[in-house]
Ligand binder design. Sequence first.
Ligand code: FES
Ligand code: FES
Length: 164
Amino acid sequence: MSNKMHITLTVNGEEHEFLAEPRELLIYTLRERLNITGPHIGCETSHCGACTVTLNGKSVKACTMFIAQANGAQVTTIEGIGSPDNLHVLQKSFREHHGLQCGYCTPGMITRASKLLEENPNPTEEEVRFGMAGNMCRCTGYQNIVKSILAAAGELNAAKEAAE
Ligand code: FES
Ligand code: FES
């Protein structure tokens, strides 16, 4: 007898329905089943943050979440944050301030940073470092990542003020 369960998952606003074993990992569902390859696989043990997505409004590591736990959830990946033709302010800021080198950590970094700025639109440098502590980068030494996030926060706040 199959132990597959019926799963509903909304990713970047698009609803998907499929049968899956409850133990299937969310990162596998995204990358292999749905071909959403922005979230990367690094450590597979919840340490590096390469697989970070937003699930029901919270940052989660998709490499250690079972699809059974994500059933019915709303998920946002880097593909739902910006696109090559329409970059998010954070993506532009990472490009301008050299917040990436190889880029492997970047989708997770930006997905986490967008959540961080939603929760705290005006963070201090210390709050950015603390808020990003679950995301690792082998290349940049973090200085420019922090600079990129702070600059994006400034830009988003200026745009908000101008719109008021
Ligand atoms: S691959 Fe998920 S935290 Fe590293
Ligand atoms: S830019 Fe290479 S791991 Fe972060």
